[in-house]
Design a binder for this molecule. Structure first.
Ligand SMILES: [Zn+2]
Length: 337
């Protein structure tokens, strides 16, 4: 595959498998993983990881690892987290099989626990020598070479701590419909637009609405602090990222990273300097706040270079980052500058 993608429709996957003479779409996953490793953005480690997930409806989703120079390493995104976040952009999908180019780390094994039925997700780790790339042992699963075949997540994380330990069974989990019922007070939004850099009031309202929608789709049952981020690029395209919590807290996916994943997964390519504005929606007084991370992840020096602002939005020279924060029932607009 010359141009790997982050979402492959079922019909396309079937055609690809057929052309390659493979037994099934499942056998296509290693090829997709290998070709997708080039999509990772790993300037610190230079260790490219890719993961491909096959869903019940036949679609294939891809994830890669992302690293952010200048930031602490815990802001990094792993391929499996990217994959799940990518999946979350398409609600009501059921993940069946995952193939990954390196062993899932502890965080990723834990993060996967947030999916309903997680212990039964089948995982295959490709070997460095490529010996199992053809998945000859999919059906055989020989006992003497267990890692060369699909194994359930319960094999990789046998003694699990997860949602079952903290939540009622009817609480929606990751990849299930969420509704947090956050509402913005329209009166708090400047009719003339609050964002700078040449955004129109219409673009701003769309960006705010996108961030609100992302916050309302956030999975935050453990803290009760849902949040969402929306980014806009220099072409006016908007990308949404929802906060997704883990029962173990640390592996949680922040909305700032989730929005970057949406940007990368959209496949425009190129650097992050194309991101020229962002909006965060979160509750004021929340015990889990994302504002600091948003500021860190989208500083002008890295994501939003001022010369790009001047180039694309003539005559304006101020950042487009704003936080909308709920205050006693109303949302207040606060510049993050
Ligand atoms: Zn990991």
């Amino acid at each position: 595959m010359d141009h790997p993608k982050f979402v492959i429709e079922a019909s396309e996957a079937e055609t690809m498998a057929e052309k390659l003479g493979l037994k099934s779409v499942l056998h296509l996953l290693p090829t997709i993983v290998r070709s997708s490793q080039k999509l990772s953005r790993v300037p610190i480690s230079n260790f490219a990881v890719a993961a491909a997930g096959l869903c019940a409806d036949g679609r294939i989703f891809v994830g890669v690892n992302l690293e952010f120079p200048g930031l602490p390493l815990h802001h990094s995104v792993h391929a499996e987290q990217f994959l799940i976040t990518n999946l979350s952009l398409y609600p009501q999908t059921r993940l069946k099989n995952v193939v990954v180019s390196a062993y899932p780390c502890g965080h990723c094994r834990q993060f996967l626990q947030e999916i309903r039925g997680a212990p039964n997700i089948q995982i295959l780790v490709l070997q460095n020598d490529g010996d199992n790339d053809k998945l000859d042992q999919i059906n055989g699963c020989p006992d003497d070479d267990r890692d060369a075949s699909f194994k359930p997540l319960s094999y990789f994380l046998p003694h699990r701590f997860g949602p079952d330990d903290l939540l009622d069974k009817d609480v929606p989990l990751i990849l299930e419909a969420q509704e947090n019922s956050l509402v913005l007070d329209a009166d708090e939004i400047n009719e003339n637009g609050n964002l700078c850099n040449g955004f129109s009031a219409l673009e701003e309202r769309e960006l705010v609405s996108a961030a609100l929608e992302a916050a309302n789709r956030s999975h935050a049952p453990y803290s009760g602090c849902p949040s969402g981020v929306a980014l806009i690029d220099d072409q006016g395209q908007i990308y949404k990222g929802s906060y997704m919590e883990s029962a173990a807290y640390n592996p949680s996916m922040g909305p700032a990273q989730a929005a970057v994943i949406a940007y990368v997964a959209a496949g425009r390519g190129g650097g992050y300097e194309k991101i020229v504005g962002s909006v965060l929606v979160e509750k004021q007084g929340a015990v889990v706040k994302q504002e600091d991370t948003v500021r860190r992840l989208y500083p002008y020096k890295y994501y939003c270079k001022q010369n790009i602002f001047y180039k694309h939005f003539i005559g304006l020279n101020v950042s487009g980052n704003y936080c909308y924060i709920k205050d006693s029932g109303n949302y207040m607009i606060r510049s993050s500058i």
